[in-house]
Ligand binder design. Sequence first.
Ligand code: NAD
Length: 495
Amino acid sequence: MSSNGKSAKREIKFTKLFINGEFVDSISGNTFETIDPATEEVLATVAEGREEDVDLAVKAAREAFDNGPWPRMSGEARRKILLKFADIIDENADELATLEVIDGGKLFGPVRYFEVPISSETFRYFAGAADKIRGATLKMSSSIQAYTLREPIGVVGHIIPWNGPAYMFATKVAPALAAGCTMVVKPAEQTPLTVLFFAHLSKLAGIPDGVINVVNGYGKTAGAAVSSHMDIDAVTFTGSTEVGRLVMQAAATSNLKPVSLELGGKNPIIIFDDADLDKAAEFATFGNLTNKGEMCVSGSRVFVQEGVHDAFVKKLEVMVKHWATGDPFDLATRHGPQNNKQQYEKVLSLIEQGKKEGATVVTGGKPFGTKGFYIEPTLFTNVTDEMTIAKEEIFGPVISILKFKTAEEVIKRANATKYGLASGVMTKNIDVANTVSRSLRAGAVWINCYLALDRDAPHGGYKMSGFGREQGLEALDHYLQIKTVATPIYNSPWL
Ligand code: NAD
């Protein structure tokens, strides 16, 4: 492997839909363009799937579920194939990382050495689970012996966002495969290329035709067709709260399929007076600027206790100014372009709103360069809870500093949001850490660290950040259903 960002070959091999193990054009013949956000140039013309293509993909997945080998295979056989898939992902890491960069505006270094390896490790993690899916033996009240079976739920629809296509693909597809499900994957229209390449690799790994199908297309057509399809048994969605609501409505008004929603956040990082300020500044920087802030878990409300506020802001300013912006293939670059024009404009407009409402720009606050969707890493101070930048998910490279006095006060303010995805607490005081972590209404609390995501740690939201858990063995729950099998035993009155 070359592993060198600059010399990575930028070849695009797969642009069609992937249905029943073949790359095919859409039924309508329609296509759409996908853009490189660093250059604003068209990268490829991609087949655009709609309702009729989703229908075809669901038929293939249904046939693979009802009559194909995948759900009937032993867990051990599925484990071996998933392990092979993981190895093939690693062998193709340069190409996968390159696609993530050119299609998603991500940085080659972090994707090549972090996100793609995490994706293959996610397949290994769930490969290890595939032969350990167990039910329970039940102690019934009368003379009946009973046990539970955990069976695959059926055909699953995965609706994927654009901020981490490789990571999201692995997060959703690996547990579904381990459970024995078949599936239709709908990548975001901004970033279809990595998912299509994964589909190709899945075939090389020996995943039978029809088990993984990919339908590129727009949310209102292809996405809506997935969430409302009568023959899809469960849906997972990651993206905006607004669309999460539509997905849930579509599931409710079609076949009542269960949904799992991961909908972003407005996550607090709370820095107490006794925190290690250098570390805290580091966590606040990478907790906000990693992936140009396009992270549902970004810690975009940084609450700093008044005693260390000014010292902390000075440290943070230095770090933010050194967050190198530039060519995504340069391994020294920390900051690339926003994923798409719409997101770029949304972030810039929220920055302007912050200025208008009285927040102070310490550094950044405007577009960077003349080409590509680049925005300067931006640090705001004097942010108050009522400001739009303290309330809305920005999903961009914007850090807001809010001052607080006491633990009681900051707990209330941190929880005063419709979201509840992640949070951070920086303190050396174990009592404060325990109290705050138990009081925060969020799916994750990271104490003296940040972004401590792991394939073994269940990830998901409280409140309007969604429900259902991805990662961890809990992720399997969405893809399995429980059957109770009961039978009378020898002295039973039932006999
Ligand atoms: P989005 O929610 O519109 O898109 C996410 C996915 O949903 C895409 O695959 C899209 O095609 C699909 N989709 C869109 N409309 C649909 C519908 N009616 N039915 C079914 N699927 C549909 O997100 P976006 O517009 O690309 O981004 C908007 C905001 O969402 C961002 O600014 C950010 O705040 C948030 N977001 C959050 C995450 C996250 O990780 N939680 C990821 C991406 C975006």
